[in-house]
Design a protein around this ligand. Sequence first.
Ligand code: ATP
Length: 258
Amino acid sequence: MLEIRDLRVRYGSIEALRGVSLTVGAGELVALIGSNGAGKSTCLKAITGILRPVEGSIRLEGQELAAEPAHRIVARGVALVPEGRRLFGDQTVMDNLFLGAYRRRREVGGDAGMRARAEEYLDRFPILRERRSAPAGSLSGGQQQMLAISRGLMASPRLLLLDEPSLGLAPLLVRQVFDIIRDLKRAGRTVLLVEQMANLALRIADRAYILEQGRIVLDGTSDALLANPEVARGYLGRLAGTPTARREPPGRGITEQQ
Ligand code: ATP
């Protein structure tokens, strides 16, 4: 679905991505993990055309995106749920949902299709139905994240990009949001998840890449990374092979992992 090769992105003299290559297969949930400033958001901004790479290629189903403007990339089926949610705080929950499908009205079946999709997410998240006429800015952090993910899905994207969905949420809400992401994977969605919380990301992702200072330093299946002592030391805050290293069996929610 997505193939990135040798991606280089600069902010003036700062080289934020120094030759990043990664792939996401159709139906895969892939995590991009790294600490503050590693270049995770930069990578998502390059995929979505917000930043123009200096070098490298970004292909969606074989078609090059690296020179496309952001609105065309959206029209091709890439949706970004940005860091910090970035909802339109003065607009209602419903308006925010509809805006998610704005560029892909035709693909989702026009106004009727948009309404049907919005109903689907209001069913999935009853609290959003309850607050449907409220300004998005009045929702709690967790509710805003549910709305931001639903807004991203409104466009029926081929590829969903999630930028640090756990940021700023209380632990219980983080677990709820990760349950939602796990459900997306079960529903066959293709997702690239950017996260600092490596432990949680690796428990739901099929594969992951670890980014440090603009370079991929490790990649592999989540199981292999969870068992890797280097990952455990650097990213999980514990020794590999301890009970918390095990992944959640399919069909079970994320459980407390202290
Ligand atoms: P975070 O978790 O803090 O969002 P990140 O892994 O997403 O971190 P990026 O935001 O992609 O990291 O930043 C990568 C590097 O690029 C950092 O060194 C950062 O300081 C730098 N950077 C990001 N945005 C800009 C900008 N607009 N101008 C200059 N440098 C930037």
